[in-house]
Write a protein that binds this ligand. Sequence first.
Ligand SMILES: [Zn+2]
Ligand SMILES: [Zn+2]
Length: 411
Amino acid sequence: MTIILWAIPFFFLLISIELIAEKVKGTAYYRVNDAINSLTVGVLSRVTGILKALVPLTIYAVAYEYIALFTLPDSMWTWVAAFIIYDFFYYWNHRYGHEVSLFWAAHVVHHSSEEYNLTTALRQTSGSFFSWIFYLPMALVGFTPETLLAVAALNLVYQFWVHTRHVPKLGWFEYVFVSPSNHRVHHAQNDIYLDRNYGGVFIVWDRLFGTFQEELDHEPPIYGVRKALKSWDPVWANLQVYSQLMKDSWRTKRWSDKCKVWFGRTGWRPADVSEAYPLARVNLATFKKFDVQLSMTTKVYCLLQHSVTVLIALMFMLNLDTLTNSSLWGLSAFIIFSAVSVGLVMEKRPVSFYFELIKNIGLIVGLLVLSLPSWLTIALFFGTSVSMCLLHRVYRDIHGTDLVEGPIASQ
Ligand SMILES: [Zn+2]
Ligand SMILES: [Zn+2]
């Protein structure tokens, strides 16, 4: 956790560099709504990760205590071995994450962006409950829980920089390491690229186990998933596939199919359900990215609100040790509500205006009664006040009418 927190300024620095490259080269790899959605999904993942980390950590610690076969020395080689072995298990965790429906339901959120840029890297799941099982053999070998946590964080941090379209193939590097080019393949939905390149740091696992595919010049990647998300709601991004699996499992007649829905190959559906409830699949020949046009004011509003949420989430993560249980749950609920609300504004859902009104008023009241550091109070108060001034323009964008006067005469 600490390693990831330390890496956050580095993440934002690289995103800034990528945005400058976007401007200089005139590319269009970023969209405000998509980038906010990816970053918000990332914020939720960190917050929910804190809330649900206790169970897997405790199980790993108990397993280490009772089944570790060796006492490994605290040397550099133990760390190097842990780093490599972790990536081996990451490969299998990630591969099952794509190939088994239940695990895909958790992992899909990382792939639901139809853009590919550094913000995509931060789109991590909140809905993963079983991935820790893949790393239990490391407890058997004798890697301490601290070592596991550190190499897991380093593995995740490594994966950040490969989510870019600005870096071409890198020669010999492509043979050993996960690179921007071979990870672009992993995020593509083209037939030839599906279910390929699962490695986290080392691509050698894919070469060994037959899942490697090189990026081809004549086959530009089309990013996203076949059953498109078509939403900016970060909670729904985490629930979409779970919800589909639940419906299929409920609707199918045979008991064996009810089970196979969850543990079968990703994409498999019982015949009776797929006939009665067919799902629309993306046609790559006519593929169009999901988008909802927003006015410049609404974009600025969403960026401002997103910044406020990120600031609160950062403070939340930096002050975990001093938070009471009720503050922990209260702040988590606020961050999740805020993240969903901005997502709904970007979808122009009418209810989002009222959500935003309630949230901003609540935030101002909160700032008046809580004793936060003064710089934070000023920053949040500024962000919220400017947001409140913009809110009537947001209403106009969402509804196509003015808040007070009614329909816009000039439009
Ligand atoms: Zn993946
Ligand atoms: Zn990725």
